[in-house]
Design a protein around this ligand. Sequence first.
Ligand SMILES: NC(=O)c1ccc[n+]([C@@H]2O[C@H](COP(=O)([O-])OP(=O)(O)OC[C@H]3O[C@@H](n4cnc5c(N)ncnc54)[C@H](OP(=O)(O)O)[C@@H]3O)[C@@H](O)[C@H]2O)c1
Length: 259
Amino acid sequence: MLFRDKHPVPGHVMITGASSGLGAALAEYYAERGSHLSLSGRSKARLDGVAQSCRNKGADVRATPLDICSREDCEDWVRQADDWKPLELMIANAGISAGTGNGGETEEQTHQILETNCRGLVNSVMPALERMKSRGKGQIALMSSLAAFRGFPGAPAYCGSKAMVRIWGEALRGELAPQGLAVNVICPGYVRTPMTDVNDFPMPFLMSAEKAAGIIARGLAGNRARIAFPFPTYFAAWMLGVLPVGLTDSLLARLPRKA
Ligand SMILES: NC(=O)c1ccc[n+]([C@@H]2O[C@H](COP(=O)([O-])OP(=O)(O)OC[C@H]3O[C@@H](n4cnc5c(N)ncnc54)[C@H](OP(=O)(O)O)[C@@H]3O)[C@@H](O)[C@H]2O)c1
C-alpha cells in the first residue's frame, strides 16, 4: 500500500520536465528503485538522454516529447501512459522562469511564464487526476517554490505562478483526500539546474538536483502536504510572507535580480 509502507516506491511515475534539472534527477531517483517511468519534456534529444540513463539503471521507460501548453497533447500522453500501466505518482514539475531580460520579466515572458507554470501544469495534472479518481487512489505532486510565499521584485510572474500552484495544490489536497488521492506541494529553495545556472548572485544553501530529488521523494513517500526545503531558506521565505509588506518592501527592493 503506497502510503503505509515505510519506504514505498510507486510502481509507475509520470514526470513532466524530465529532460533537465530537477525532473531528470527525480527520474533517475525512481529509476534506481525500479519504478516504471513516463517522462516528458520539450527537447527530444535531452529527454532521450535522460530516458536512456534511466534504462541503464534497469527502469522500463517511455519518453514522450511534448509541450505542456497543449492540453490535447497532455491528455493523449496521460491516457496512453495510464493504459500502459496505471499511474501511481504524477510529478507536475515542468516550469520556466524568465532568465533573460534586464533584471525582470518582459511582457512576453510574463505571458509565457503564466501559460506554462499555471495553465500548462493544470493541462498535465487534470487528465491524471481523472484517471486516479476513477480508481480511488493515486498521488499528485505539484512543483511550486519558496518564491510562492512572497512576491519578489524582478520575478512577479514567476512568484505569482508558483503561489497559484501552491494554493491550488493545498486546496486540492483537502478536496481529494476523501476520494483516496494524495496531493503534495513541493517548495524548493535554490537548486543547481540550468534554471539557476544563469544567476550571477549568491544563492544561499544552493544544493544539487540529486540531493533535492532525494528530499522530495522521501517527502512524497511520507505523503507530506508541503515539502519545503532547505529549512533556513524556507523559514526566511515564510517570514517574508507573514511580515507586513510595509516592512519587507524596502528590504526586498535591495535584493539582487535575475540578469
Ligand atoms: N532550480 C531551482 O532552484 C528551483 C527552485 C524552486 C522551484 N523550481 C521549479 O522546479 C521545476 C524544474 O526546474 P529546474 O530548476 O529543474 O529547471 P530546468 O532544468 O530548466 O528544467 C525545466 C524543465 O521543464 C521543462 N519545460 C519547460 N517548459 C515546458 C513546456 N512548455 N512543456 C514541457 N516541458 C517544459 C523543460 O523541458 P525542455 O528543457 O526540454 O524544454 C525542462 O525539462 C520548475 O517548475 C521550477 O520552477 C526550481
